[in-house]
Design a protein around this ligand. Structure first.
Ligand code: TGC
Ligand code: FAD
Length: 387
């Protein structure tokens, strides 16, 4: 099936990007998509055996260079994210946690030893990483975090809580953001069995069911002093990781929107009411035209954003515009597609309702829609509405 590409952007991909797209598309098509509903109904996460296959396909940190990482372009990274989220936002989400959040943090701020120890295994999907910024009491405002890391001899002692952490309970290594005794945010690598660490998955999740989300507690949790990320100082360090991941999300959700659009279009052409296909009704055509227009606009935003990023000229506020617009667009597409599908839109014979409930989370994480509105508001007015 040709995917919606109304302004013929796809032929502009180079051979590396096409290869990256096709490898991930093939893996998703053969090993993941056919089993999604079974896993979802059984309440199962993505099976562990698929992590190495995803690693082999270049899904983890596609744009990171060296240390066994795929070493592809930003555009290739973006296209990979779109392919994953065409299938499921939870699949893209676990790749975001692994690549642009966890691996990027180690790549950008880690010591040579930390990079050599962790990046090759993480890129291959032989180990999992999580990225722990959010706390129960501090979501949109991570500057308020209460987790602390105090140096004692050759160790750091961590105390505090982290909430909503992707793969938090099973990660081999966790990038944990905490304040030092001067109140400055720093990054720490906390290994799987660190003494004083407790982790539990958050129960009752009705969205992003393919990916695991956990809560972490640090009670005098001791880690070696060498586990501090030496290059990370201040909140700008974790926010820099978020910039990487938000860019991928602004591409990923285009995949989810395309999936919804095609499901709605196919159904509208085959479903008859009042003696004709519902695709012939003007109100249905208006919805399809809206989807084509908004997906195309989002694609143009995403492509230009990737170009700005590759040129080194991108500003975080430009990434916020794309995350805000494209996630909203995808969520609206999912709602419209669900509407066109009528009653059948709520069952898992179609991917639409799954995309809809997933996108509700994507609307909130990596900066809520409203937080990105305020980032843009501050950029254009010069006045912060946060405090
Ligand atoms: P503010 O004073 O604005 O900034 C502090 C320092 O950081 C710099 N900065 C950034 N740097 C890189 N990228 C960005 N996006 C940046 N935004 C800000 C800034 O220049 C400053 O640097 P310096 O050197 O002057 O200190 O900080 P603030 O406390 O006022 O906060 C601003 C705000 C609200 C925008 C920020 O806190 C924010 O983005 N909040 C949203 C929190 C969030 O997005 N959390 C996400 C958690 S991870 C997650 O959700 C993973 S989901 C899994 C998946 O992706 O699939
Ligand atoms: P809050 O910050 O409490 O916001 C609640 C509401 O208040 C929102 O509508 C928000 O827009 C609004 N609001 C807040 N402040 C303002 C303001 N100043 N003006 C106007 N409105 C405001 N975090 C991680 O660190 N690592 C992860 O791996 C991770 N994975 C996640 C996976 C899932 C499935 C989910 C749901 C979340 C995940 N998160 C992760 C956390 C996510 O980033 C936070 O949920 C998000 O930042 C919002 O924080 P909050 O949920 O505490 O909401």
């Amino acid at each position: 099936m040709d995917r919606l590409d109304y302004y013929a952007l796809e032929p502009q991909l180079g051979p590396d990007e096409c290869r990256a797209r096709d490898r991930v598309r093939e893996l998703v098509h053969s090993e993941i998509a056919p089993h999604l509903n079974t896993w979802w109904r059984a309440g199962e996460y993505l099976p562990d055996r698929l992590y190495p296959l995803l690693g082999e396909a270049g899904a983890f940190g596609a744009h990171l260079q060296g240390y066994g990482c795929p070493g592809l372009s930003y555009l290739a990274y973006c296209v990979v994210m779109r392919e994953l989220e065409f299938c499921d936002s939870g699949l893209r989400s676990l790749a975001s946690v692994q690549g642009p959040l966890g691996m990027y943090a180690i790549h950008a701020y880690g010591s040579e030893e930390q990079k050599q120890q962790w990046l090759p295994r993480l890129a291959r999907g032989e180990a999992k990483v999580s990225f722990a910024l959010t706390e129960r009491l501090h979501g949109s405002d991570p500057a308020g975090m209460e987790t602390v890391a105090v140096r004692k001899g050759d160790e750091y002692i961590l105390n505090g809580n982290k909430c909503w952490i992707g793969n938090g309970s099973v990660a081999d290594i966790r990038v944990v953001w905490a304040k030092n005794d001067e109140g400055r945010v720093e990054g720490f690598l906390v290994e799987r069995d660190a003494p004083g660490l407790r982790a539990e998955d958050i129960p009752g999740k009705l969205s992003l069911c393919l990916s695991r989300t956990s809560e972490l507690w640090f009670e005098d949790c001791r880690i070696p002093a060498a586990n501090r990320l030496p290059g990370a100082s201040g909140l700008r360090a974790p926010l820099g990781c978020l910039s990487e991941a938000r860019l991928g999300i602004s591409w990923g959700v285009i995949g989810a929107a395309q999936s919804c659009y095609h499901a709605a279009l196919d159904y509208a052409k085959s479903r008859e009411q009042f003696g004709q296909p519902i695709a012939g009704f003007q109100l249905v055509q208006e919805k399809l035209a809206w989807m084509v227009t908004e997906i195309t606009k989002a694609q143009l935003v995403a492509w230009q954003l990737a170009a700005l990023k590759a040129s080194g000229a991108v500003r975080p506020q430009q990434i916020s515009l794309a995350k805000r617009n494209n996630v909203w667009m995808a969520l609206e597409c999912a709602r419209m597609a669900r509407n066109i599908l009528g009653g059948t839109g709520i069952i898992d014979a179609h991917p639409v309702f799954r995309h809809l409930v997933n996108l509700e989370t994507v609307f909130t994480y990596e900066g809520t829609h409203d937080i990105h509105t305020l980032i843009l508001g501050q950029d254009v007015t010069g006045i912060s509405a946060f405090s």
